[in-house]
Design a protein. Structure first.
Lengths: 173, 207
């Protein structure tokens, strides 16, 4: 079988366009690494046996305190689902934050991690009852995670580059 | 008229073999091609230079713009961030700076107490207008890099004044990360006025 002859591009076509519609993938790496610190940093009040038990005790009180300010349609979710199972949700939140933080740090299954992070931060945002135009670290982090999800940020300087080479069609990375 | 997709991909893939597959993929992916030529094989082959559609970065640009503009408008009407009901914006700024003072980064403490706090009355309208102008510029995509750079400088000042770190879930850190991404992506060149400006003055660093 004869390999196709390479096409030599020269002249005006070889020059980069003035306003390309794409940007290099590395530019989302700082955002991905920052977001990993945001999730791993949240562990400062949860890691360790004493802090863990304090967190399990604190979380239901914290949610109950914020419940009156939460988005109106979200309040029944807190009343009927989260608060009756507060210990389970407290554990899920901590484990979720670690998993999302580590996955974003190494760029492993980044889209799955970003989706999990979006779910966590969306709940935090609804709990605070703010609007989209308000200053909110939760919504800013949520927007960052959407960018990471859409840009498949783990495929640049992350483990997902290898995963994508082996299993290119899996949407988790 | 030149095909923008072909122009774009040719930077990374002069022989166009991968680009052809990228265009095929883009034409049938879930975004209907709207997210540009994102192809899994292309991703891996080009490594850190893996091309991403600039359209992705319109979202953080517009979001950050809305937040900045809303904050600025509210501050000019003395009804938003850092202001209590009935409190003027300069008084609210002064109170906020005083609240930050005990937590301020050591190296920034003198700047806060000897520069910002004594001049809070004069600074208040400047800060409010800067918020508004940065917000409008980001929403419209006008001089986006300049707007994002000024936003980063302001946010770094807030972070130092409040004693926040640039990692962790601080609001200052989160908005700084978004503004940096917008700056890196030159996000105003897609669905923004900067697209027109960049055609006329392609080498300018402010869009």
């Amino acid at each position: 079988m004869v390999a196709p002859a390479p096409v030599v591009v020269s002249g005006p076509q070889a020059r980069a366009p003035a306003n390309p519609a794409t940007v290099p993938g590395w530019i989302v790496v700082p955002l991905r690494l920052y977001l990993s610190t945001a999730f791993l940093g949240a562990l400062t009040n949860k890691a360790g046996p004493r802090r863990w038990s304090a967190w399990l005790h604190f979380m239901p009180h914290f949610v109950a305190q914020l419940q009156p300010h939460a988005a109106r349609w979200y309040q029944p979710v807190l009343t009927h689902i989260v608060l009756p199972h507060a210990t389970v949700f407290a554990a899920l939140v901590s484990v979720g934050e670690v998993a999302v933080g580590v996955a974003l740090l190494f760029g492993a299954v980044t889209r799955l991690a970003a989706a999990g992070g979006i779910m966590l931060t969306a709940n935090y945002f609804l709990l605070n009852g703010l609007t989209v135009a308000d200053v909110s670290n939760d919504f800013a982090i949520l927007i960052g995670l959407i960018v990471v999800f859409l840009s498949r940020a783990g495929r640049t300087l992350g483990i997902d580059a290898w995963l994508a080479r082996r299993w290119p069609n899996v949407p988790l990375w | 008229m030149a095909d923008p997709a072909q122009d774009t991909v040719s930077i990374f893939d002069p022989d166009q073999r991968v680009a052809g597959r990228a265009r095929d993929f883009a034409s049938r992916n879930v975004f209907g091609g709207a997210m540009g030529p994102i192809d899994v094989r292309h991703d891996v082959i080009t490594g850190p230079r893996r091309p991403l559609s600039r359209r992705i970065f319109v979202l953080p640009r517009v979001y950050a713009g809305v937040v900045f503009a809303t904050a600025g408008l509210g501050q000019l009407r003395a009804s938003a961030v850092w202001t209590d009901p009935g409190q003027s914006w300069p008084a609210a700024l002064h109170e906020q700076l005083a609240q930050w003072a005990p937590h301020t980064a050591t190296w920034y403490s003198a700047i806060l107490t000897q520069w910002w706090m004594p001049h809070a009355d004069g600074l208040a309208p400047v800060v409010a207008w800067l918020h508004l102008v940065i917000g409008v510029a980001l929403v419209l995509g006008v001089a986006t890099r300049l707007a994002a750079a000024v936003a980063i400088v302001m946010l770094l000042n807030y972070a130092a004044a409040a004693g926040h770190t640039l990692y962790g879930a601080w609001d200052t850190a989160a908005y700084t990360a978004l503004a940096l991404t917008v700056w890196l992506a030159r996000a105003g060149r897609e669905w923004g006025v900067d697209a027109v400006l960049a055609r006329r003055w392609p080498s300018a660093g402010i869009w």
